[in-house]
Design a protein around this ligand. Structure first.
Ligand SMILES: [Fe+2]
Length: 276
């Protein structure tokens, strides 16, 4: 489907989005009793919030027993097949500040700030959803910031009429990385030509090691500005506490830098090929 700002499809979709803009972080929050045994009603609440906002923050009263319980929880929400391209080669990756050689200085595994991105933008196969679960918050900092990518796309179409330059399959190129055993990849910035017919984004603010196609360059710079400036009003920030987590349809997100105290910030991450 080709969206232009004057098309009926766009107008209808944009109106629906208008009704589903989170006003504050409370709109995203769902309380659950025990993440190890989430009830059908709790799962249904989480799915409803994700359907509206592409993102939900859950707060569990009871702590996670084991990683397997988090996998079960993810599965019950609709995450069924998992990306294992991480330093643990596992469906579940422990995100904490590690200073080992394995991490090849991947920023997620440091205490540095992470700028706006969607997960797996460098992977051919799209990541449609991710979950972050907090076992231990940072002593200071480490807040996540969140922006529904569909709101950014909506702003872009209103301002620049269509997404053509951003949906080209070679809008950007990430060179191969022999250390990470990763071949060169090319990708779109946003596209809805997928099984869900919903917008998916492959986005990063990074400038190094990301070659922009000449035809898409202006459009990508415009999208960066939309995210940083025009969409500031839609951006929400939240610091996860222990037993809380975020589940999202791979929306735009980032992280503030953080400092560890005696206990180190510890988050579990699951990425899935299914949209919720
Ligand atoms: Fe991420």
């Amino acid at each position: 489907m080709k969206f232009t700002s004057k098309s009926n499809e766009f107008k209808q979709w944009a109106l629906e989005k208008e009704d589903n803009i989170p006003l504050n972080i409370d709109d995203l929050i769902v309380k659950i009793h025990d993440i190890n045994h989430a009830t059908l009603a709790e799962i249904s609440n989480i799915k409803d919030i994700i359907k509206r906002f592409n993102c939900c923050i859950y707060q569990s009263r009871v702590s996670l027993n084991a990683q397997a319980d988090l996998m079960n929880f993810a599965q019950s929400i609709g995450m069924e097949t998992y990306d294992t391209n991480n330093i643990h080669n596992s469906p579940i990756s422990l995100i904490m500040s590690l200073e080992t050689k394995n991490t090849l200085n991947y920023i997620p595994y440091t205490n540095k700030k992470l700028n706006w991105h969607t997960d797996g933008y460098y992977d051919e196969k799209p990541i449609f959803s991710w979950l972050l679960h907090c076992e231990e918050p940072a002593y200071s900092g480490g807040e996540n910031y969140l922006l529904d990518h569909e709101l950014a796309i909506r702003e872009y179409i209103i301002k620049y009429d269509n997404l053509e330059s951003l949906s080209s399959l070679d809008a950007f190129t990430i060179p191969g990385n022999t250390h990470a055993n990763r071949a060169e990849t090319k990708g779109y910035i946003c596209d809805n030509n997928n099984e869900y017919k919903k917008f998916h984004m492959k986005f990063s603010m990074r400038e190094k090691n990301m070659k922009l196609n000449e035809q898409s360059k202006t459009a990508i710079m415009r999208m960066k500005k939309i995210i940083k400036e025009d969409c500031k009003k839609y951006c929400l920030t939240y610091k996860l506490s222990k037993n809380e987590g975020i589940v999202s349809n791979n929306i735009l997100h980032g992280r503030n830098s953080f400092e560890d105290g005696k206990a180190m910030r510890k988050l579990y991450r699951i990425r899935s090929y299914e949209r919720i």
